[in-house]
Design a protein around this ligand. Structure first.
Ligand SMILES: Cc1cc2nc3c(=O)[nH]c(=O)nc-3n(C[C@H](O)[C@H](O)[C@H](O)COP(=O)(O)O)c2cc1C
Length: 280
């Protein structure tokens, strides 16, 4: 039986980029378990019907709340959806994605300025800042930090996750289904469960490190070269997976942003306004 090669930091970084260059940059020569978990991330879109061990939700929420939070404001909340028929109704609004129904747990991370509105009312304060765009951004940033902390926690427990932006496809209906009060909004979902492993590697390559990481000031000097290189690395990944229908990444992205119509997400601003967000 052939031995499985030992994972190293540089082998994981090479698997993440597949460009023969990003992993040639200097890297520490040990691989701490947290970094191994982070670098091994892949989304799962197929889950076993196995229930989560007791306390999993609590561990994920504690991890999520351990992330940094802007000005200690903690302007995010999460809704844990486990009831199969409720989860199915949520899945229907979120692009009817079957893996949401399969996953034993579906989390919806929400921006929440309503707690601050309620507290301000108690202190008889006007809460004028709640109408600012920056406070909404803060809530989105904090919710994203919380979500990613929960994702890493889940993966460190041997679970698989998939984020779900499609919770915004029918944003208004989702607000109603989840009974969201004013000043709250469902930003993204996350399916959590025991992911079904594929036979082949699913570490999806990312854009070259040199494209994303600028030194001291912004530069787009080599963007075309980087994007061409990435079209090839992602192309070879899809080829290995026999997903021959996939266009090259850059053509796919250009097609993606060509139209204002985005599966209903063009209505997100209206839904936010209906929830009372002023974004000034
Ligand atoms: C905010 C966010 C929303 C996403 N929404 C969806 C979604 O609705 N459906 C889906 O199948 N994947 C979704 N994804 C997963 C991405 O497609 C996936 O992360 C990306 O293709 C990279 O693949 P990887 O996570 O396996 O590395 C989402 C990811 C993020 C970060």
């Amino acid at each position: 039986m052939s031995e499985v090669p030992k994972k190293t930091l540089s082998s994981l970084v090479e698997a993440r980029y597949r460009d023969g260059q990003s992993s040639q940059r200097p890297l520490p020569n040990h691989l701490p378990p947290t970094l191994e978990t982070i670098l091994s991330h892949r989304s799962f879109r197929s889950f076993l019907p196995t229930a989560l061990p007791t306390g999993t939700l609590e561990a994920l929420v504690a991890a999520a709340q351990s992330g940094s939070t802007s000005s200690m404001m903690q302007t995010w909340d999460v809704i844990a959806i486990q009831d199969p028929s409720h989860k199915s109704a949520v899945a229907k609004l979120a692009g009817d994605q079957e893996f949401i129904r399969e996953a034993p747990l579906f989390l919806v991370f929400c921006a929440n300025l309503n707690r601050l509105a309620n507290i301000s009312e108690k202190y008889n304060q006007p809460a004028e800042a709640l109408s600012s765009m920056d406070l909404f951004l803060m809530a989105c940033i904090d919710a994203s930090i919380a979500g990613q902390s929960a994702a890493i926690a889940a993966e460190s427990l041997g679970l698989g996750i998939c984020y779900v932006g499609a919770v915004r496809n029918n944003a208004q209906e989702m607000c109603e289904l989840l009974k969201l009060p004013p000043n709250t909004f469902g930003l993204f979902g996350m399916a959590v469960g025991f992911g079904i492993e594929a036979a082949y590697s699913e570490l999806k390559p990312r854009l070259p490190m040199a494209e994303i990481c600028h030194s001291e000031t912004w530069s787009e000097d080599n963007q075309e070269v980087h994007v061409e290189s990435y079209d090839q690395s992602l192309g070879s990944f899809y080829f290995e997976q026999m997903r021959l229908d996939r266009k090259c990444w850059s053509a796919f992205m250009a097609a993606n942003v060509a139209s204002k119509q985005q599966d209903g997400r063009e209505n997100v601003k209206k839904a936010l306004e209906n929830q009372g967000f002023k974004l000034q």
